[in-house]
Design a protein around this ligand. Structure first.
Ligand code: ADP
Ligand code: MG
Length: 695
């Protein structure tokens, strides 16, 4: 008989969490760890040794044989290098060992990770260092220790280090503001993040027959199926048994790892689904999202499925995003983006809101770059995801409040008075779930902002580093002004009013998919960076470099290194796609359609000999042959253009966008036209209707 799942026991059973530490460490060591996490004090080696020993014992009891520092290099996925616990004990025996030194610091021979030129090869070895704020866990018999990854010269080579720096910085500046409101208790303000993850599930056997999916994560060919998402019957529809079994397995796997997987449902496109966790601090949320993506793939494999995390696996069908829900919470339990019930709470809310609005307006170009990838270019602005233009949706009620502050006008008809920040209570702002403007790239949803531009495969560190740092900058400016104020109430009102007035252009409550909005946005002077190639240069705009350098998030060298990695990644992705396309056209599609046309001709011949009509055979053969020759030529042009790829990374990025992508679009159009004409048993790969409707 199947044993019943006991969720509270399962949850976090593979995690060396706070409860486990309390149980297994001496109170002195537990206290030292706790102080390290809450106050940023350092751990001495004897404490580290004790924690390492306890961790090892706990892990070995659960069958672990290895340990690994688990880190997030600039590849956007996680990396691990496993060492076993074994140590020779004489007489051919071993003991299981793990020291504080091994816990705290590791030196993977990590010279092959992208560094954007930060590491000369002679000092290629970076080191990893334990992040005690994120719990260790067991995954596939290895104790995984979350770590940061740096070069010997101290440069961050990963996505966690700057995230932690940005979390510290936004906390520091937010606390300055809180003190001005008389809050003497809050010690820490933490960026809270809940990333909703979309994905596709397809059958593994079909996946194996598509080289494009295997090489690039998306289909490079495929005519639209007779039925796509037009019926809109998939969204929130009943979950099919095979998918339900997958989701159950995924939930249980994630729960054991301490991931708060909460919501699961079908998404808009056939075969598309979503998982949303309960939000947590930004660092844990990023770690957990990486784990979730990894487990989504591994669990799929166990079910004869493949999980596609690409932003656009199928042309003409909705793509996948990752909504980054973001807010700021205090260690005393307040959400700083929650409108309150007293004038003072509301004043605080309006100040944080103004800072956010100002920051998004001033750094809209940088926020755009944080979601700029080759894959996401297929989504943004394609009537399924927000446009490439940043704007903020506030909803009717909050917008009325903003208007009232800006224009000194009444904010409701009922109450004939003007809103004074810090003096008046705001009208109740409902947490409105019906009016969910899904077309906005940055929507206020009652007590948080939902950044909807990130693509499904992206690490959420980038967007959250940006949000934290931008917020830190604006709060710092506000604190600098208000700390000098002699009339706090009046100066606060003035500051909020001035800020909202100057940055109102970034607020847009209408339909983001509407073409008219793009014209309006242009009039307002908002940036419309349509593609990655258009957006990435903003990564190193002087004002953006200054922002990160000023707050100690990146050095200038680190910003430039990251820029270089993103630029190179784009060109690499596009050239892999181009090569895969050429390969499939030459080796699969052209031979198949040629055989088909030849067979049609042979059949036409034999019919002609018997004086039987053969218009179908000759007509189709002619059409196929004509498009086939066109495709051959387009493939030749693509191959020859690919050889002319410029050497410089920036030139290569531009060239991919301006030359290779249009070449690929043309070849694809011909191939898709051939698919429509070709008899099913000749076509060399599974088509969309099979891929999308077989699970
Ligand atoms: P949706 O309708 O978009 O699914 P939800 O209210 O379920 O909206 O929230 C989606 C995500 O936002 C979840 O991961 C949730 O935990 C997270 N979330 C909720 N409140 C906050 C908050 N204050 N800060 C950050 N994320 C939050
Ligand atoms: Mg959402």
């Amino acid at each position: 008989m199947k044993t019943k799942l006991h969720l509270p026991e399962l949850f976090g059973s593979q995690v060396f969490n706070e409860g486990t530490m309390k149980e297994r460490l001496s109170s002195a060591s537990y206290g030292a760890w706790k102080r390290c996490v809450t106050e940023g004090t350092s751990l001495d080696i004897s404490t580290a040794n004790e924690i390492a020993e306890a961790m090892k014992q706990w892990a070995v009891e659960r069958g672990a044989t290895h340990f690994t520092h688990w880190f997030q290099p600039m590849t956007g996925v996680t990396a691990e290098k496993h060492d076993s616990f074994i140590s020779p004990a004489g007489g051919g025996k071993i003991i299981m060992e793990f020291s504080g030194k091994e816990l705290v610091r590791g030196e993977p021979d990590a010279s092959s990770f992208p560094s954007g030129g930060l590491r000369a090869t002679f000092e290629a070895r970076g080191y990893t260092a334990w992040d005690p704020t994120s719990f260790a866990f067991i995954k596939e018999d290895s104790l995984c220790i979350p770590t940061i990854f740096c070069s010997y010269s101290g440069h961050a080579l990963d996505k966690k280090t700057p995230l932690l720096r940005s979390m510290d910085e936004v906390s520091r500046q937010a606390i300055r503001i809180l003190r001005l409101f008389g809050d003497t208790e809050t010690k820490r303000v933490t960026a809270q993040v809940g990333p909703e993850q979309e994905y596709f599930l397809i059958d593994k056997e079909l996946y194996r027959q598509r080289r494009d999916l295997q090489m690039t994560g998306r289909t490079l060919f495929g005519a639209k199926p007779p039925r796509g998402q037009e019926l809109e019957d998939h969204y929130f529809g009943a979950i099919k048994p095979r998918v339900a079994a997958y989701m159950k397995d995924l939930d249980e796997t994630l729960w054991a790892l301490g991931v708060l997987s909460k919501t699961k449902h079908n998404e808009v496109a056939p075969s598309q689904h979503e998982m949303a966790p309960i939000y947590s601090d930004a660092n844990t949320a990023c770690d957990h999202n990486q784990l979730a993506m990894e487990m989504m793939k591994k669990v799929a494999d166990r079910h004869g499925l493949v999980c596609l995390l690409h932003e656009k696996p199928f042309a003409g069908v909705n793509g996948s995003g990752k909504h980054d829900n973001w807010s700021l919470g205090t260690d005393t339990g307040h959400n700083l983006f929650k409108p309150g019930s007293t004038p003072s709470q509301n004043a605080r809310f309006l100040l944080f809101l103004s800072a956010f609005i100002k920051g998004v307006d001033e750094y809209q170009d940088f926020l755009r770059t944080t979601v700029a990838t080759a894959g996401n270019d297929h989504r943004l602005g394609a009537q399924e995801a927000p446009p490439a233009v940043l704007s903020i949706f506030l909803g009717d009620e909050l917008n009325a409040v903003v208007e009232s502050i800006i224009h000194d006008t009444h904010y409701t008809d009922a109450e004939k008075k003007m809103l004074k920040v810090g003096v008046d209570v705001l009208p109740a702002i409902r947490q409105d779930n019906t009016d969910r403007n899904r077309t906005s790239p940055m929507a206020f949803t009652g007590n948080k902002f939902e950044f909807r531009m990130p693509g499904s495969s992206l690490s959420v560190s980038g967007p959250n580093i940006a949000l934290n740092t931008i917020m830190a900058e604006e709060l710092e400016q506000f604190a600098d002004i208000l700390e000098k104020s002699t009339d706090f109430q009046a100066d606060l009102h003035h500051l909020v009013k001035k800020t909202l007035t100057e940055h109102q252009r970034i607020i847009f409550n209408g339909n983001g998919y509407d073409g008219a909005w793009l014209q309006e946005a242009e009039k307002r002077g908002l940036c419309n960076l349509k593609s990655t190639a258009d957006a990435l240069p903003a990564y190193i705009a002087p004002k953006n470099i200054d922002l990160f350098v000023k707050h100690g998030i990146y050095t200038e060298a680190e910003v430039r290194a990251r820029y270089e990695i993103h630029v190179e990644n784009y060109a690499t992705v596009i050239s892999i796609e181009a090569k895969t396309m050429i390969d499939m056209i030459r080796h699969d599609i052209l031979p198949a359609v040629s055989r088909y046309a030849a067979d049609l001709c042979a059949r036409a011949d034999s019919k002609k000999r018997m004086d039987i009509p053969c218009a179908y055979e000759t007509g189709t053969a002619k059409d196929v042959a004509t498009i086939t020759d066109g495709l051959m030529e387009q493939c030749r042009v693509l191959a020859s253009d690919l050889e002319k790829m410029p050497a410089g990374p920036e030139e290569a990025m531009r060239y991919c966008h301006d030359t290779l992508i249009p070449d690929m679009d043309k070849a694809r159009a011909s191939a898709d036209a051939l698919e429509v004409l070709t008899a099913a048993d000749y076509w060399p790969m599974p088509v969309y209707s099979q891929l999308l409707f077989s699970v």
